[in-house]
Design a protein around this ligand. Sequence first.
Ligand code: ADP
Length: 390
Amino acid sequence: MVAALVPKDNSPNCCSSVIRRLALSTKMKTALTQLTYELLSAEDENKMLRQILSSSTDPILITSRDVTIFYVNPAWEKLTGYSFNEVKGKSPNILKSGKTPRSIYRKMWQALSQNQSFTTEEVIDKRKDGSLYQIHSSIFPVLKENNVAYYVQIHHDITKRKHIDEMKAQFLSVISHELKTPITVLKLFTQARIARAQKTGSVFLTSEELKGFDRELTRLTNLINDMLDSSRIETGRMHLNIEYVNLNELIESTLENARELSKEHRIVFKDFQECMIFVDRERLKQVFLNLLTNAIKYSPQGTEIVIRTKKNKKNITVTVEDFGIGIHKNERKAIFDKFYQVEKHATTGFGLGLYISSEIIKQHRGKMWVKSAVGKGSTFFFTLPLQVSN
Ligand code: ADP
């Protein structure tokens, strides 16, 4: 972009020695030498500018006044996936994702037409591979004799920050909504109980009332535990207490808890293989109980829930199969995301269970996935390595 004004391999000293050797008057030689120095220092300045632009870690794009791309620096190439040769002479519109509010472009052109700079955090662009990114973008015109010569855009990738902001907002909205339900129920219980005590003078609670209190308090405790776990995962503070554990014993003891949750399902442990394994006992129980609770929640009473384990040289795979409602193909990945619930049959959960479970399995260097058929049932799988490695 910064055109060479003199041959690159010339230095001022080299040129003046050539000029000295020419058959010119002294005055002419002095004038030529002076001109050479001026031209060469302009070239030095250009070189320096070029270096600054190309070493900037912030992506920079320069267009000519007719808004065709004239220069991009390596940071811009890295951000967008396009090379300079691919975009040279093209319009920056190739980056448009259709997600930036139109009003932003309007405001930008308003500012630029008055030779003013414009800054925004609302631009969402599209990379060469189709993925989206959000930028803090500053654009300003460079004037030459009062006319626009170039538009310079300096970008700063804020995709991660925006994502975290969205997650925080979503977190707060889900949590406040989830907290409200049990608290409202507890408040109603308490008010009804006070009214009854005033009327009858009896301060005793019926066993139904106690069960109601217990159910809502359990719901609150679960929510708070899930929130704490999810925050531990995000801040890298979920530490595992690894022990050498008999996997079948661990599964059996969790099955007892699950059977208490539902007497109406037949929970059976089939096809198991003996396995001693290095895991965090409590965390693994938590994963297992979550899969079993889901299998109970999302399958009809009277159906079976089947647990299996299968070992190979490197891993053990545990499966939990149910014969319930199943999960649509489009949702099978998303259910492992934080707060994701399949809208139609959201029951009493918060959409955190599978997120936390899959993170716990990842921390054990394993992985979790699901196979499912709508209306037929789901099988959740997780693998764990048999050897601990650092
Ligand atoms: P929740 O607490 O809402 O159950 P999870 O993270 O455990 O949250 O599960 C996320 C979503 O995945 C659930 O809302 C449900 O729609 C779906 N899901 C999980 N397990 C099953 C299953 N065994 N059968 C059908 N759908 C399931």
